[in-house]
Design a protein around this ligand. Structure first.
Ligand code: HEC
Ligand code: HEC
Ligand code: HEC
Ligand code: HEC
Ligand code: HEC
Ligand code: HEC
Ligand code: HEC
Length: 262
């Protein structure tokens, strides 16, 4: 990992290394030149300046992963990590009431985030995706950019509630409690869904039975059977995916049946 006073380029190198492990990474991406967000005529002033007027954000931000990411001139007091997302702040500091023109708010336009997270930009272009690039949703509905923990919600909740809370605010039906709980939900929605986007419909990580088989092992018996749990699935697996074949339609949990059926 980079240290506090490394150039921001070090942060980007780390990001690239992360990229290499992504299924959808492609060679052109790694060569993409990075252009920091621009505000005409403005220069970097440093986090200390922001602190005078936006004290709360600056305090909570200390523990955030982005606190360590700086633009080149890190000799500014407190570093320049606020301005990596908001753009150079000098003109805003001079005229703070002229909001739109002089400071960038990535809650309104995620382009500022995409400049560093090009991999995420690509995920939002996959066939099935949350409508972020269309402007119907934004990153802050699931991420808290100034908090110690960027994954919402920060602190307080534990276990399943913590993992699924960000999704539950919009998808109550899937995140509610069921009489027969599917234990997979304890690992969070992203055990099966890719939160930004996926090649498969409904943001699914896998289009078929493989989605389920990564947790439920499939055992071949000497007599030609294919056992999943206590049931021979040999004749069943050809009928469709585990949920579309009408067998486990209630993948998120069921109120009627322990085998996950409506
Ligand atoms: C002199 C005080 C002052 C300083 C210094 C200052 N701001 Fe602001 N900032 C304001 C005020 C006032 C507003 C407008 C608040 C409002 O109208 O509700 C604002 C608004 C903002 C907004 C919201 C813009 C929008 O369109 O929604 C952002 C983002 C922001 N500031 C970031 C920063 C950053 C980053 C720094 C440090 C580089 C900084 N500010 C320094 C006073 C300041
Ligand atoms: C990772 C990118 C990122 C960094 C770094 C960042 N912010 Fe923000 N900031 C955002 C986003 C996204 C929003 C929009 C939040 C929302 O709409 O809820 C925002 C909104 C704001 C606002 C406006 C809030 C409002 O209610 O309109 C202020 C002020 C602000 N940031 C200040 C700061 C300061 C000060 C720092 C450094 C201590 C900082 N930000 C660092 C992404 C960032
Ligand atoms: C100046 C570049 C830059 C900008 C702009 C930026 N990020 Fe980041 N972000 C990083 C770096 C570097 C990391 C650390 C990456 C790593 O460890 O692989 C990071 C980490 C993250 C993580 C956590 C990843 C993890 O695994 O813990 C999230 C979530 C994230 N960024 C979201 C955002 C959002 C949302 C925005 C816009 C509001 C944004 N970023 C803007 C550079 C940036
Ligand atoms: C629908 C909720 C949601 C939205 C909207 C969202 N994210 Fe995420 N994001 C997540 C979740 C959940 C994870 C953790 C994924 C995991 O655990 O596998 C994540 C992980 C990340 C990561 C780290 C892992 C990676 O894929 O590199 C980054 C960076 C990130 N998000 C950036 C962003 C940016 C930038 C935006 C806006 C353009 C955004 N996210 C919008 C839910 C969301
Ligand atoms: C701010 C609200 C919001 C949050 C938070 C949210 N979603 Fe969504 N979700 C949407 C919207 C809007 C759509 C698109 C619905 C459409 O296209 O008809 C969607 C679509 C989906 C779909 C595809 C549904 C379909 O019929 O194709 C899945 C699966 C999904 N979200 C899962 C998640 C998961 C998992 C999380 C948490 C990481 C999450 N959502 C967080 C609003 C949200
Ligand atoms: C065990 C895997 C798994 C987990 C965990 C999971 N889902 Fe799903 N989800 C699925 C499958 C499979 C489908 C497709 C069902 C279908 O097409 O009938 C789906 C469909 C959806 C849909 C679309 C619903 C519709 O009617 O089309 C939404 C929204 C959704 N899931 C949200 C979530 C949320 C939110 C969570 C976490 C609280 C979650 N899922 C956890 C497997 C899972
Ligand atoms: C993240 C891991 C995980 C994934 C992915 C997963 N499951 Fe599960 N599932 C579990 C665990 C753990 C249990 C409870 C222990 C058990 O019965 O094996 C369970 C239980 C079940 C049960 C009840 C078994 C019984 O005998 O009562 C069914 C049915 C089921 N899962 C179907 C599915 C289907 C269908 C999928 C794919 C859409 C799926 N699971 C994906 C972890 C997972």
């Amino acid at each position: 990992m980079w240290s506090h006073n490394k150039l921001w380029v070090a942060g980007i190198t780390t990001l690239m290394m992360g990229l290499a492990g992504l299924a959808i990474s492609c060679s052109t991406v790694q060569r993409t030149a990075l252009i920091p967000v621009q505000i005409p005529g403005a220069t970097y002033v440093g986090n200390q300046q922001c602190f005078y007027c936006h004290t709360n954000y600056t305090k909570s931000f200390q523990g955030s992963i982005h606190h360590e990411v700086h633009l080149e001139d890190i000799s500014k007091p407190g570093g320049t990590s606020c301005e990596t997302c908001h753009g150079p702040g000098s003109r805003h500091v001079e005229a703070p009431r002229e909001r739109a023109q002089l400071i960038i708010n990535p809650g309104k336009d995620p382009q500022a985030c995409f400049q560093c997270h090009f991999d995420v930009h690509m995920q939002f272009r996959l066939p099935s995706h949350h409508p972020v690039t269309e402007g119907h949703m934004n990153c802050v509905q699931c991420h808290d950019p100034h908090a110690r923990d960027i994954f919402k919600p920060s602190g307080g909740l534990l276990g399943m509630a913590r993992q699924n809370e960000q999704c539950a605010s919009c998808h109550r039906e899937q995140a509610r409690t069921f009489v027969f709980e599917h234990e997979a939900m304890r690992e969070g929605c992203s055990a099966c869904h890719q939160p930004h986007g996926a090649v498969n419909r409904k943001l699914l990580g896998e289009p078929d039975a493989n989605l389920c088989l990564k947790c439920h092992s499939q055992v071949a018996s000497g007599t030609g059977g294919v056992w999943i749990g206590k049931v021979d699935h040999k004749s069943l697996l050809g009928m469709g995916s585990c949920w579309s074949a009408g067998c486990h339609t209630a993948v998120h949990g069921s109120n009627f049946q322990p085998k996950m059926l409506y």
